[in-house]
Each structure stands twice: as C-alpha cells, then as structure tokens.
Write a protein that binds this ligand. Structure first.
Ligand SMILES: Cc1cc2nc3c(=O)[nH]c(=O)nc-3n(C[C@H](O)[C@H](O)[C@H](O)COP(=O)(O)OP(=O)(O)OC[C@H]3O[C@@H](n4cnc5c(N)ncnc54)[C@H](O)[C@@H]3O)c2cc1C
Ligand SMILES: *[C@@H]1O[C@H](CO)[C@@H](O)[C@H](O)[C@H]1NC(C)=O
Ligand SMILES: *[C@@H]1O[C@H](CO)[C@@H](O)[C@H](O)[C@H]1NC(C)=O
Ligand SMILES: *[C@@H]1O[C@H](CO)[C@@H](O)[C@H](O)[C@H]1NC(C)=O
Ligand SMILES: *[C@@H]1O[C@H](CO)[C@@H](O)[C@H](O)[C@H]1NC(C)=O
Ligand SMILES: *[C@@H]1O[C@H](CO)[C@@H](O)[C@H](O)[C@H]1NC(C)=O
Ligand SMILES: *[C@@H]1O[C@H](CO)[C@@H](O)[C@H](O)[C@H]1NC(C)=O
Length: 537
C-alpha cells in the first residue's frame, strides 16, 4: 500500500525517466517513438495511463516494488539479476500492452502474482527481463446466491477467505493454507489445502477464467476453449498466457470446525504413531485432514536429538465427534478433548498459520507474511506404499544426522482418489497415500549450498520409499533440481525431464496445447511447457 501511495505522488516525474531509459536500452534499430514504452502507451487505455504503472531502476521505488513480493531470500541478493522494468498493471489493457509490446521488442517477460514461487521464477531470470506484476489486480466478487466468486490473480488466498466469510460463515474454499500465497500462481499450478480429501484440489473447484493470450486477446473459458482452460488449471499459467481471474465454486463448511496439533517425540512412541498414521490418514472420513510434520529437536537427555512428529488437523465437524472418531480409528494418537479447538472455518485458517484463532480475522488481509521471510528450499515426493517401522527408523537416523531439514506429509485419498488423473494437468490422484514436502529454512546468506545440499541428500535417501518411473513431484512445489529449460531454449527433450515428473502422461497434452496457442514460445520460464519442434500447421 505504501508503495502505491508514494508511487502516485511520483507519477508526474516518471514518464520522462521511463522514456529516457527505454530509449537507451531498446535496440538501436528502433527509433525513439517506437520504443517499448511508447508501445505500452499506445496499446493501453488512455483513461488508465500505463505510465503510472511503470518502474525503472532509476525510480527510487524500484527496489521496494521488487522486494514487496519476494518470499525467498535466496533471490534477494546483490548478485540476483534484477529486472530492467516492472509494470504493476492497473488495468487489463496494461497486461495486453505488455504481452504485445514484449513480443514486438523480443523481451523476456516474467509474470508475478503473489511471489511465492519457491524458485523465484516469477521475478528472477537468467537473461534480461521485465516483470509484469499483478498485485494491483486483486478484486474479489463473492456471490453467495450462486455459491461462486470471481477472484483476480493478484488477490491473496487470505483475502479470498476473508471476503467469503464476510458474506457467509457456511462457505469456504479448498485452497492453500498460507494466506499470503497469490491466486495467480497457486490456482494455475494446481493448488491444494486442508480440505483436499473432501473437495479435491483448488482446480477441481474452478469453473471459469479470464486470461490474456499471446495475441493480447482477453479470453474467457468459452472463447479460449476447453483445452486451454484445462491447461491453466494445473499446468501453470506462465506457459500459456496471463491469467487475470478465476471463477471459483465455493464449498459448504459447517458453522463449527475443529483443529488440533498433537506432538510426540521418539521417546513418546512417535514411530508407532507415525506408522499407524499412514494407514489411517488417507482412508479415514473425508471430513478429516491430518498433516504430519517431522522435525529434529533436543531429546530429554542433554546433548541428544530426537525426531518430533506433529499431527496437525482440520475436521469439518465438532470436537466431540472428532474425539470419538479418532478413539476408534487412531487410538495410538491418544487425542483428548482438551487438545481440540472449536472455531469457525475462516478462523481455522489462522490456526494453520500459527496465529491464535481468537485474533482479529483481519490479519488475513495482511499482504506481508506474519513470520520473517527466510532463505528456503523445497522438494517434493509421492508415497504409494506404506513405510515399515524399520524404514522409519532409518529415516529418523538420517534426519538426526542432517538435523536442519524437516518433512511435511499431506495425506491424499478421499475425493482425490475419485477424480481421474486426466481431469486436470495435475496427475497425482488415486494410488497415492500422501505427498511429502522437504523443507530447509535458514537465515544466514552464506549457507545456501549447505542447506540445499541437505535437502538433496535427504531426497536421495528417500528413493526406496517413494514413487518411481517417473519419480513424481508437485508442480506448485517448484524445484529446479528436477531439470530446467536452459535460457528458454525450448528443448522438448530438456523439458520432458521435469515435465513428466510434474505432469506424467498429461505432459504431452500440455505440449500440444502450448504448441497450438503459443507456437513462438513467448510465455516461457525455467520450467515452462515447450512447443513441439515441428508443429503441425
Ligand atoms: C509459504 C508458502 C506456503 C505455501 N502453501 C501452499 C499450499 O498450502 N498449497 C499449495 O498448493 N501450494 C502452496 N505453496 C506453493 C504455492 O502455491 C506456489 O508457489 C504458487 O505458485 C504461488 O503463487 P503466487 O502467485 O504467490 O506465486 P508467483 O511467484 O507470483 O507465481 C508462481 C508461478 O506462477 C506464474 N504466475 C503468477 N501469476 C500468474 C498469472 N497471473 N498468470 C500466469 N502465470 C502466473 C509465475 O510466473 C510463476 O511461474 C506455498 C508457498 C509458500 C511460499
Ligand atoms: C499504435 O498502435 C496502432 C495499432 O494498435 C498502430 O497502428 C500504430 O502505428 C501505433 N503507433 C505508434 C506510435 O506506435
Ligand atoms: C532484500 O534486500 C534489500 C536490500 O538489501 C533489503 O532492503 C530488503 O529488506 C530485503 N528483503 C527482505 C524481505 O528481507
Ligand atoms: C509407549 O509404548 C509403550 C509400550 O506400548 C507404553 O507402555 C508407553 O506407555 C507408551 N508411551 C507413551 C508416551 O505413550
Ligand atoms: C544439562 O546441562 C546443563 C548445563 O549444561 C545442566 O545445568 C543440567 O543440569 C543438565 N541436565 C541434565 C538432565 O543432565
Ligand atoms: C538444544 O540443546 C543445545 C545444546 O545441546 C542448546 O544449545 C539449545 O539451546 C537447545 N535447543 C532448545 C530449543 O532447547
Ligand atoms: C489464544 O488466546 C486466548 C485469549 O487470549 C488464550 O486464552 C488462549 O490460551 C490462546 N491459545 C493459545 C493456543 O495460545
């Protein structure tokens, strides 16, 4: 907000700086009136001047605008390549102009909504680039009558949840648990949250979309056609166009839901409880989602380490029925009534982000994360067979040896196992017990190689326990270790390496759609969908 207010004051000074900069940086073949900036102005609605959306490095608001949506300090160093321009679109015509003019001037564009990409692909590039920043386009229109909402790409999930709850306490939406995540990247990449077992993925609850295609046309589901709509509901938006908004289907939630977190260390029989969790969590009542977080903490004896298992749950019902359900199905957890917190669905979102549920719910409107931004690395895997107790004992040993990494296990089953693997580009449906996320978080700039190394070592150790041929991964948990499309070279062979891990058999359909809608591969990034080398006309 500060950035915006300040920037409006500066607007009158901007156009000159912009034109000067772009005139100098554009290719010499272009005459001044034909620069990128002129092109942007020419292709924008005059009633919405694009000049107030343009930031060049010479603007003293450039750095704060860039930093405002950086969520991984690995990409906030002095050696991180910076964009030569940021366009903070204020109107759809600014998006259209960016797409048209970037092609005309052969410029690499990155699209950013909430900036939560784990590898910074929305605001970092290997080649000179500019950012089309969507944070100003964040309108949310909730219609309880039809149980739908239109949400713009720049909105955060917290804003979506807040606006739904403002109109109805009996509705919610099955998307991610972190309120600052952006709609644009989250939904286009699949998206899931703690109602996944009841309602499936976020994209299983999306019914329409608006996007700007490579020709600068504004399309909806009808005009883009079912193939392209399918692609941008799980295949990642950034390979196909700029998503402006999604129309989502709200889901019903009870007035009272229950959350809990129960912790057990190895000294408190965690192995036994975890072993049983894997049989219970993916098969129990769809109203219950029990995430398992594993980390390394001090043991009770001085100088010893142990593994701690934290079971964190959302139950779409009251605590009494939850306690009796778990006594029957998961007695090893020993859940007590006093472990349970009953609250509204929207307040349960606070619990999942470590905020007391009695805090004002307006915290969901905060676009800055509550906890400090870290350096981080994430990886993912899918588990299809239960792990034996001996298997877990080996994993504990490895975790204690590495110490500074943690795991998050997210159970599947329920609705996820019923939806065909071709319904959206996201292919990891039935047959999966849970998805795991590997996490390393650190605060020291010099430690990046060390921590990334730990996640790779743990990932290697897990090979016998996880999916094979391909070893699957979740696209929203972007991991460049899986392979990259070097400098947008558009090599099908290179892209296939990561593509089949994220999308399995759906990868080839994504490639066909990409070839049809963006044959020149304008929309590209480190892990985008490539075009076929010889497109059939
Ligand atoms: C703290 C944290 C918690 C998370 N929790 C969850 C979770 O619970 N569930 C889950 O599924 N994921 C989760 N994620 C992952 C998250 O869903 C993805 O990183 C997602 O891509 C973020 O969307 P964004 O708009 O914030 O990201 P951005 O970095 O802005 O974008 C991510 C990717 O999408 C592209 N993109 C962004 N906007 C558009 C657009 N308008 N049109 C076309 N392409 C676009 C970008 O170019 C980039 O490639 C979490 C991430 C973080 C950092
Ligand atoms: C402005 O755009 C139109 C097409 O939209 C084009 O015909 C015209 O030449 C452009 N003018 C300039 C100065 O670029
Ligand atoms: C990113 O780096 C800049 C410059 O060092 C700093 O001012 C800013 O606070 C950093 N951002 C975050 C989120 O730490
Ligand atoms: C751990 O298991 C043993 C044997 O089953 C049992 O006696 C003990 O009470 C359990 N400890 C905890 C903390 O549950
Ligand atoms: C652990 O070590 C601290 C100081 O190092 C000491 O004060 C404490 O008594 C020790 N506790 C146990 C259980 O040995
Ligand atoms: C864990 O133990 C170490 C010493 O072995 C101590 O320095 C550290 O503060 C302890 N951490 C916590 C969270 O208690
Ligand atoms: C949340 O806040 C309430 C009221 O301040 C307090 O009674 C309660 O203990 C807090 N809960 C937790 C888990 O901290």
């Amino acid at each position: 907000m500060d950035v915006l207010t300040l920037h409006r004051i500066q607007v009158s000074l901007l156009p000159f700086a912009v034109l000067l900069f772009l005139t100098l940086s554009a290719s010499a073949a272009n005459s001044a009136h034909n620069t990128f900036a002129h092109c942007l102005v020419n292709h924008s609605e005059p009633s919405h001047p694009v000049t107030s959306a343009i930031f060049t490095p010479s603007s003293n608001l450039f750095s704060s605008t860039l930093d405002a949506y950086v969520r991984n300090l690995r990409f906030n160093t002095s050696t991180t390549r910076k964009p030569f321009l940021i366009i903070t679109a204020l109107h759809v015509s600014h998006v259209q102009a960016s797409v048209i003019c970037a092609q005309k001037h052969n410029l690499q564009m990155k699209i950013r909504s909430g900036g939560h990409d784990y590898e910074g692909t929305s605001y970092v590039a290997e080649v000179p680039f500019f950012i089309l920043d969507m944070f100003n386009l964040r309108n949310i229109e909730v219609d309880i009558g039809s149980e739908t909402a239109w949400v713009q790409a720049g909105a955060t999930l917290g804003e979506v949840y807040y606006r739904i709850a403002e109109k109805s306490q009996l509705h919610g939406f099955p998307a991610g648990v972190c309120p600052t995540v952006g709609v644009g990247g989250h939904i286009s990449g699949g998206g899931y949250g703690n109602m996944i077992r009841k309602y499936g993925l976020t994209v299983d609850n999306v019914i329409d979309a608006q996007m700007v295609d490579v020709q600068g046309r504004l399309l909806d589901r009808k005009s883009m056609g079912e193939d392209l709509f399918w692609a941008i509901t799980g295949g990642g938006g950034a390979s196909f166009g700029v998503v402006l908004s999604y129309k989502i289907k709200l889901v019903r939630v009870p007035e009272t839901v229950t959350v809990f977190q129960v912790r057990r260390t190895l000294e408190q029989n965690a192995t036994d409880v975890v072993y049983n969790w894997q049989h219970v969590a993916p098969t129990i009542d769809n109203d219950l989602f029990i995430r398992l977080i594993l980390d390394v903490v001090n043991g009770t004896q001085n100088g010893t380490k142990t593994v701690r298992a934290s079971f964190m749950a959302l139950y779409l019902g009251d605590s009494k029925s939850l306690v009796s359900l778990l006594h029957e199905k998961f007695p090893q957890l020993g859940l007590k009534q006093s472990d349970c917190i009953e609250t509204s669905w929207v307040r349960s979102v606070l619990f999942w982000t470590n905020i007391n549920v009695t805090e004002p719910v307006e915290v969901l409107l905060d676009r800055q994360p509550q906890s400090p931004v870290n350096y981080l690395k994430r990886k993912s895997d899918y588990v299809k067979e239960p792990i034996s107790k001996e298997g877990f004992e080996g994993i504990w040993k490895k975790m204690i040896e590495l110490e500074d990494t943690l795991f998050q296990f997210n159970p599947y089953g329920g609705r996820m196992a019923e939806i065909p693997s071709t319904a959206s580009p996201f292919p990891h449906r039935s047959g999966n017990l849970w998805k795991m996320q590997y996490q390393a978080n650190w605060q020291q700039p010099g430690k990046t190689d060390y921590y990334i190394g730990l996640t790779r070592e743990l990932h290697k150790y897990m090979t016998p326990f996880v999916s094979k041929n391909p070893r699957e991964a979740f696209y929203n948990y972007k991991d460049l270790d899986l392979g990259i499309n070097h400098n947008g070279k558009n090599s099908y062979a290179e892209a296939r390496v990561y593509g089949v891990k994220y999308f399995k058999d759906n990868f080839d359909r994504l490639v066909q759609i990409k070839t049809k809608v963006d044959p020149g591969n304008f929309f590209r990034n480190e892990q985008s969908i490539p075009t076929l080398p010889y497109p059939k006309s």
